[in-house]
Ligand binder design. Structure first.
Ligand SMILES: [Mn+2]
Length: 441
């Protein structure tokens, strides 16, 4: 089991009771048996400053090592990455740019040069703020912020990026890029673009200990927020109230961003895979499907729970839920180094076929998880220790207004896997008991 401080926790803020005295912390440590009673929710103060020490995996040194590893993967070549342009909200840099720099700085660019597998140049280009921009937006990272001991070979203003010189240096070899903005800039400058995805995938698929700690924290925050939503998602409540509970649950526990748009679909909406409106009122007899994920220190969670809003499944809901749960158990048992997501998918398809519900399973069984919710894009290979994947079977019966998906996050271990998202139960009896326990306080 993972080491975590768990506390029996009542989401008081959601209930509006305003009491904080109900926190009864119990501590778990390595080697402990799993908690007997399902329902221990991660501490509501999980990520408030000082509450829990989860070091940011994107330290300047770690990012320097990542740039060196990318140079080794490229051998000889150039790589250009853009952070992306500012929008109205809090700025989130492109995932790969962030992975290489640890910086959320709008308008920034990174240029790497590799020779014989060595990183010979890593230049960071930053926009220079005008006094007016500084007045409106507050100070942002500038070249002057880097002095001696900078982890880059040079930190310059973006105006100093010389695309003509870059084009000449690149010649027919071209420049590697993965993000749309860098690709557009290269195309506009008539510089040959080389795809860099394969090299990055090789480096990003297996998570370091620090990356895994951040990812597990994102998962813990996500589960705690699902518990918040379970409390309020009773008949008569609205889908957007569940959404609000989830998203405020993320943010007040320190998550910077959503890993993806929150899905809270009840009744017929539980059947639409990417339902985003979240504007229907919950009725007695509905299920509510919540597919949600926080992003913490650059790492994404992706967890789905389907709950009966009344607290107990109807016999028919239970029948479908049991099949989805058994399918997930079956895939989990097969998850180990050496297998592929395709093999797991086919095993689940065969199981659903046997039970004559194959036609209601409409998507892939899972995907890799990491700096993005569908991480290591395009990866179809063999799973190895340290990779993180989701397993998310689902059955969608629109005629019956009944969609069920159960999604959990797993890290592949040396001889199997470890479920990261185990504090909100997904086994049907345990889930019902958990709902009752959350709502009874
Ligand atoms: Mn997913």
């Amino acid at each position: 089991m993972k080491s975590l401080t768990l506390s029996a926790w009542l989401p008081l803020a959601v209930l509006g009771l305003g009491l904080a005295s109900a926190l009864a912390a119990t501590s778990g440590h390595e080697g402990d048996a799993p908690p007997e009673t399902p329902g221990a929710v991660a501490d509501p103060n999980l990520l408030l400053p000082g509450a829990r020490d989860v070091p940011n995996p994107a330290t300047p040194r770690a990012c320097r090592d990542r740039r060196a590893a990318l140079a080794a993967a490229l051998g000889d070549g150039l790589f250009l990455a853009h952070a992306g342009a500012d929008g109205d909200g809090r700025f989130e840099a492109d995932d790969d740019f962030y992975w290489l720099t640890g910086l959320h700085r709008s308008g920034a660019k990174l240029l790497l040069a590799a020779e014989g597998g060595e990183l010979v140049r890593d230049e960071l280009y930053l926009p220079v703020q005008s006094p007016r921009q500084r007045t409106w937006n507050g100070p942002k990272l500038s070249p002057e912020d880097f002095g001696d001991g900078s982890p880059y070979s040079a930190v310059l203003s973006v105006e100093e990026l010389d695309l003509d010189a870059l084009g000449e240096a690149a010649g027919e070899r071209g420049v590697h890029a993965v993000d749309d903005e860098a690709i557009s800039e290269l195309v506009a400058s008539e510089i040959e673009v080389k795809r860099g995805r394969t090299a990055l995938n090789t480096l990003q698929a297996v998570k370091t200990t620090a990356e895994l700690a951040a990812l597990e924290t994102a998962v813990d925050i996500t589960q705690a927020a699902i518990a918040d939503a379970i409390v309020i998602a009773v008949p008569g409540a609205w889908e957007f109230q569940a959404e609000a509970a989830v998203e405020s649950g993320f943010r007040r526990r320190g998550a910077e961003f959503l890993a993806f748009s929150t899905i809270c679909g009840s009744g017929p909406n539980s059947c639409y895979l990417h339902y985003r409106e979240n504007n229907r009122q919950l009725k007695s007899g509905d299920v509510l499907l919540m597919d949600v994920g926080a992003k913490y220190e650059g790492y994404s969670a992706d967890v789905t729970r389907t709950i009966p809003v009344d607290g107990t499944f109807t016999p028919r809901q239970r029948e479908i839920y049991d099949l989805v749960w058994e399918a997930q158990q079956l895939a989990e048992a097969k998850l180990r180094p050496g297998t592929t997501m395709r093999e797991l998918h086919e095993a689940v398809v065969a199981f659903f076929d046997e039970h004559e519900v194959r036609q209601h399973f409409k998507h892939g069984l899972g995907h890799q998880l990491g700096i993005r919710v569908h991480d290591v894009p395009g990866f179809r290979g063999v799973l190895t220790e340290g990779m993180v994947v989701t397993i998310e079977p689902g059955l969608y019966l629109l005629d019956e207004e009944l969609g069920v998906r159960i999604e959990d996050d797993f890290v592949v271990t040396s001889d199997g896997s470890r479920r990261l998202s185990d504090s909100v139960p997904s086994a049907p009896d345990a889930l019902e008991a958990y709902i009752a326990r959350l709502r009874s306080r």
